[in-house]
Structures are given as C-alpha cells and as structure tokens.
Design a protein around this ligand. Structure first.
Ligand SMILES: [Zn+2]
Ligand SMILES: [Zn+2]
Length: 188
C-alpha cells in the first residue's frame, strides 16, 4: 500500500515525465525536437535585450555545432547595460528597421560561430521570449536579415517553438521561394 502511495506521489509531482504501467514507472522521454528546443530556450537566458530575447542552436547529425543568443556586438554595451532598448525607445515596429537594433541576433551569432561546411543540411532551433513577461514570442520567426544569413549558411530547416509542446518546422526553401524582400515592409 505504501509503495502505491509513493508511486502516486511521484506521478503527481512529475506527471509530465512519468507514467505508471502495471505498477512500473516508465520514464516518458522528451522527443528529440523538444529536447533541442529546450536547449535553445536555455541559451536565450543569456540574452541581453530588454524587449525580446532569442536563443538559437544549430544541429547537424545530432550534434550541436553552434549556439547563439541576442546580444550587442562584443565589447559594446548591451540593452541590459544601458537600461533601455533603443528599438523600444523609438517604438520600432516588430520586424522592421533592424539597422536601429544594437543586437546581433541569436541566429546570426550561431551562424558566425560555425563553418558553412558544417551548416549545410543542418537544422536551426529557435526560441524567443518577451523580455518583460517571459512568455513565448507569438508567431516567432527569423527577421528578414537573419533569413538571408540562414539561406546562405546552408541550413536546411528552421524549427521554431510556439509553446512547450508545439513548434513549426520551416524548410528554408520556403523562404527562397517566397521572397519577402520583394513585398511587404519586413514586419511579421
Ligand atoms: Zn534591445
Ligand atoms: Zn534576426
């Protein structure tokens, strides 16, 4: 009886991770995509922007070959050092006027720390948080500038987290065929 109670309490605490089948506790493994998204989400914790922070990891043949998060170029002051985000101060519309952004984006930081040879055919995992609420960025996506870098890096798919379980898998080919630099104002 006591054993059963212990089992039930473990199940309650960790009910996402455990299931009980015929008295045996079985570990529910995180699927591989969410595993990499979890890592990208940890990477974003290093981000320094006061508006939005992203974490990106590039994975090839089940190996993480690069990581990147939102931050000012090395040696320059971050939004978090200044105490304000310039894009926010100027009320810049989401996805536009990236020349006003002080940060190197997560995807760009990951790409510049890997070689193209390694990135060909790889996946980039991307997670974004609103810096103030800590919530996932709604409809998160790479900006028009990062899309260009991703296309030229040879990355094949971009996997973006919508919430703890849901994500979108975007074939980079889609960004080549639907060229957003030909229409729209760059916002999304
Ligand atoms: Zn900022
Ligand atoms: Zn970007």
């Amino acid at each position: 009886m006591r054993i059963i109670i212990i089992f039930i309490s473990i199940y309650k605490i960790e009910n996402i991770k455990m299931t009980i089948t015929k008295g045996k506790i079985l570990l529910k493994r995180t699927d591989k995509i969410n595993y990499y998204l979890d890592i990208a989400e940890t990477v974003l914790e290093r981000g320094t922007c006061l508006r939005r922070n992203y974490g990106a990891i590039i994975v090839k043949n089940d190996e993480i070959i690069a990581t990147g998060y939102t931050g000012a170029p090395r040696g320059r002051k971050n939004c978090s050092d200044l105490g304000y985000c310039r894009r926010e101060q100027l009320n810049v519309k989401r996805g536009t006027q990236y020349e006003l952004s002080r940060s190197v984006h997560a995807e760009a930081n990951a790409i510049i720390s890997a070689s193209r040879r390694d990135m060909i055919g790889s996946d980039l995992y991307l997670v974004g948080h609103d810096a103030k609420t800590g919530e996932y960025v709604e409809n998160a996506n790479s900006c028009t500038m990062c899309k260009r870098l991703i296309i030229n890096s040879g990355i094949e798919r971009v996997i973006i987290r919508d919430n703890k379980e849901d994500y979108r898998i975007i074939p980079v080919l889609e960004w080549i065929e639907n060229d957003d630099s030909l229409d729209g104002d760059g916002s999304y």
